[in-house]
Design a protein around this ligand. Structure first.
Ligand SMILES: Cc1ncc(COP(=O)(O)O)c(C=O)c1O
Length: 351
């Protein structure tokens, strides 16, 4: 076992593949994007600078999917990651209510923006609305991520509506990270609404296009949107045009693609959930996204030993504010999931 492996952050594993590694690490869909997204792209046309706010056609297409909105309410960004970064920097300072466990990049993004996280611990992986009512006071924003990375849980629609109402009354922003909105096994997505809402989304997960880095934000608060455009003008400028072209084509491809992907995720979800339960681990059954967050004995030792002795990557729960757990992504094919589960079982028996 390699005791020198630096487990400070997931950076140690990001991008590691090949050499027989089975990686339950990265949340990167392994499936191809829709055929239409990559066919007939004219790269030469996309070699110029583009509009900072994003291609008009793409924004018009998005506006059809969001209630009471127009192309002006969107900014196309370099993935959801840039949208999150811009949003919190645009807020200047203040406190942000952050449900824990959280996506590992949220605390650093808040820190770089000079914002202070106020943690609210999830109960059984969900927001406790009474606790929320107490802790939200004095915050400038709340960051919601449903379906969640890393819990795989979704919030009840009633909870989301209450959060909408409470924050609207108090004049607090909701930043809703909905990058997994199309991967929900239990119900349709509920779009959080209101003039105080800033929704973040991405083409990385739904259309399996992580590497081209296209995401967006949507808000009816036009002043806030304009501030973001101004900031983006002086930082990354336009989002890459080839990627936006692909994103628009993906949106126009038959909706069957998204449906079929969901069924693949559901099958994998069942295999990994049943497999980990059979091993004897305690975990929530994912309702969305493609992650599980089981409790395990000695997580650090398990992560190290799995990597060095079994060629398997899993992530430490500690990186997500969940010590005592590990996170597995099931963005890999069924055969690999099953083989990975065998190795995890064997490794656990030796810890
Ligand atoms: C909850 C969440 N938000 C944002 C991102 C970043 O997405 P993007 O590739 O669009 O930057 C991820 C990626 O894993 C994520 O899980």
């Amino acid at each position: 076992m390699d005791n020198k492996l630096n487990l400070t952050s997931p950076a140690v594993f990001i991008g590691k593949q090949g050499d027989g590694i089975i990686s339950f690490g990265s949340g990167q869909p392994d499936l191809p994007p829709p055929r239409e997204a990559i066919e007939d792209i004219d790269i030469r046309r996309d070699l110029r600078y583009g509009l900072i706010q994003g291609c008009v056609e793409l924004r018009v297409s998005l506006a059809d999917e969001y209630p009471a909105s127009s192309a002006e309410n969107f900014v196309i960004t370099n993935g959801a990651s840039e949208a999150l970064d811009l949003i919190f920097r645009a807020m200047d300072n203040g406190k942000v209510l952050l449900p824990r466990p959280y996506y590992y990049s949220y605390p650093p993004i808040l820190e770089y923006a000079g914002m202070e996280p106020v943690y609210i611990d999830l109960k059984q992986g969900r927001i406790d609305i009474e606790d929320f009512r107490k802790k939200i006071k004095g915050c400038k924003a709340v960051l919601i991520n449903s379906p969640s990375n890393p819990t795989g849980r979704i919030e009840a629609i009633d909870t989301l509506k209450e959060i909408e109402e409470v924050t609207e009354k108090l004049g607090i922003y909701i930043v809703s990270d909905e990058v997994y909105k199309d991967i929900i096994y239990e119900r349709e997505n509920y779009i959080i609404k209101g003039s105080h809402v800033i929704t973040v989304n991405s083409f990385s997960k739904t259309y399996a296009m992580c590497g081209v880095r296209v995401g967006y934000l949507w808000s009816l608060d036009q002043e806030f949107v304009n501030k973001i455009i101004e900031m983006k003008t002086h930082t990354s400028m336009n989002t890459n045009l080839v990627g936006q072209d692909m994103a628009l084509r993906a949106m126009k491809s038959p909706k069957l693609y998204v449906k079929q992907q969901l069924e693949i995720w559901r099958k994998r979800r069942n295999i990994i959930y049943e497999g980990l339960k059979d091993i004897g681990l305690d975990l929530w059954k994912p309702e969305g996204a493609f992650y599980v967050l089981p409790k395990v004995p000695k997580p650090e030792e398990l992560v190290r030993k799995l990597y060095t002795d079994y060629n398997v990557i899993i992530y430490l729960g500690r990186w997500f504010g969940a010590p005592g757990r590990v996170r597995l992504s099931y963005a890999l094919d069924e055969k690999e999931i099953k083989e990975g589960l065998n190795r995890i079982k064997d490794c656990l028996s030796k810890i």
